[in-house]
Design a protein. Structure first.
Length: 462
């Protein structure tokens, strides 16, 4: 970048010939405003102009960042309000809390203008009411008995289902090639696209550039990656962050235990890692979700490696991840997630059952990858022609149900498709019917034959 003393014809200070001596105190510089004219400029003036140009560039970059974050906050407010609309009574309470200073109706944009964002979503009113109670009445202002809910890691073929508990500590273990990091990159992308901050604590061999590159490959733009995806490489302590953190990923527990000076078989290791990295972040962000990745036992990949005390730091759900169909660059493959434990009981599966399938597909573009969480096992590469025809048939059934009976809610589309599939394939048991009906709905969406209208109902897209 040229400073303000650069000539209008594009020549910089190092291209001005005999009139400019970098070692001198006064420089003679052509004056383009007057033919044959010159200006005498001191070295201090040139350096000051250069510094001013750098400050202008830094101010511009800061304004761009502030504008990006402001727009993300406004979009998130709109989504939150649509998902958690307050009742009339909630709004009356919100007005009282605003007068008391516990809520604000104005967000200041980067230009210093006030933008009214009112009413707040219901959960913000609840949080403000709890803070008011705590400050004014001496209570703790919280509902400790509120049950945990699955709300992170949405299934692509069943949007009503999620993998992880929101606001809780979850974990996944599996071999190095099972796709654990890709799964959490895809989950992190859900947050980043909503303008929410993600902290990724990396103790594996991946570099910061590798992890940010993966985020780009799943379709997040570079600006959003830089603004909301924060990677800390082998940190010695929990990072101090000034923005609210929505998701923390720790990859992975075994090397993190080694990093804090413990052996993976040391019973004190897991809790030391939790106290060092996750506890400080949770104290600052009580509503954050965390997912801890880990390695399996070297001799038995169906069990977690190291000390058995690892389970103590997972208060929500733990999965085992296994590679089912290996993927490479330019191909498609998938892994299976099996339930290991579920402290809350919201996951609809028994211990050891498969819960989800994580597909990694770069077959259409080697520089991009689609990562999806599915409830139904995807088609395998070695399927027979008959199996392929059956799957196309259930897709046609799912399309027909939507075309003839839509618009439909999620549950209506699921139930009606199952009925039609059961009638078309009377030899299938309930599990086969459910699996193939789900596959039909998934393929219908993948082929852009289904879309949601303004009321959130599925309708056929010709």
């Amino acid at each position: 970048m040229h400073d303000s003393t650069a000539r209008a014809d594009g020549k910089g200070n190092d291209e001005l010939g005999d009139g400019y001596d970098p070692s001198g105190d006064v420089h003679m510089i052509p004056d383009d405003r007057k033919k044959g004219g010159f200006l005498l400029v001191s070295r201090e003036d040139i350096e000051a102009a250069h510094e001013a140009a750098l400050e202008i560039e830094a101010d511009w970059a800061r304004e761009e960042q502030e504008s990006l974050e402001f727009n993300a906050r406004v979009e998130q407010y709109k989504k939150d309000l649509a998902s958690f609309p307050p009742s009339e009574d909630d709004i009356k309470l919100a007005n009282a809390l605003r007068r008391a200073g516990y809520l604000s109706d104005t967000e200041v944009d980067p230009q210093g203008r006030g933008v009214v964002l009112w009413p707040p979503p219901a959960f913000e009113i609840e949080a403000a009411a709890a803070a008011h109670s705590r400050d004014r009445m001496g209570g703790d202002g919280s509902d400790e008995d509120e049950p945990a809910k699955l709300g992170v890691g949405q299934f692509a073929d069943d949007p009503s289902r999620y993998l992880f508990y929101k606001g809780r500590d979850n974990s996944v273990f599996g071999p190095w090639d099972s796709g654990k990091t890709w799964l959490l990159i895809a989950v992190a992308a859900e947050f980043v696209r909503q303008g929410q901050h993600v902290v990724f604590l990396n103790f594996e061999q991946n570099t910061v550039a590798d992890l940010k590159g993966r985020m780009r490959k799943v379709g997040v733009t570079k600006a959003w990656v830089e603004a909301f995806f924060h990677v800390y490489d082998h940190p010695d302590e929990a990072p101090e962050v000034s923005e609210p953190v929505a998701l923390v990923v720790l990859d992975a527990l075994n090397p993190a235990i080694n990093h804090v000076g413990k052996n993976t078989n040391d019973s004190a290791g897991p809790n030391l890692v939790y106290r060092t990295y996750l506890r400080p972040l949770r104290d600052a962000n009580p509503q954050m979700t965390s997912v801890i990745l880990d390695h399996p036992n070297k001799d038995n990949d169906k069990s977690e490696g190291g000390t058995g005390r690892k389970g103590e730091i997972t208060q929500a759900v733990k999965y085992r991840m296994a590679n089912t169909e290996r993927s490479r660059v330019g191909t498609r493959g998938y892994s299976t997630l099996f339930l290991v434990k579920d402290n809350t009981g919201e996951v609809d599966a028994e211990k050891g059952d498969p819960v989800a399938y994580v597909v990694r597909d770069s077959s259409q573009d080697r520089d991009a990858i689609t990562v999806q969480i599915l409830s139904q096992e995807p088609n395998k590469k070695g399927e027979t022609a008959t199996e392929g025809n059956e799957r196309r048939s259930v897709r046609e059934i799912a399309e027909s149900v939507l075309r003839l009976q839509g618009p439909l809610t999620d549950q209506q589309w699921i139930s009606l498709t199952k009925e039609e599939v059961r009638a078309a394939y009377p030899g299938w048991d309930d599990r086969q019917v459910s699996k193939n009906a789900g596959q039909g709905r998934y393929e219908t969406r993948q082929n852009d034959k289904a879309q949601k209208n303004d009321d959130g109902l599925w309708e056929y897209a010709p």
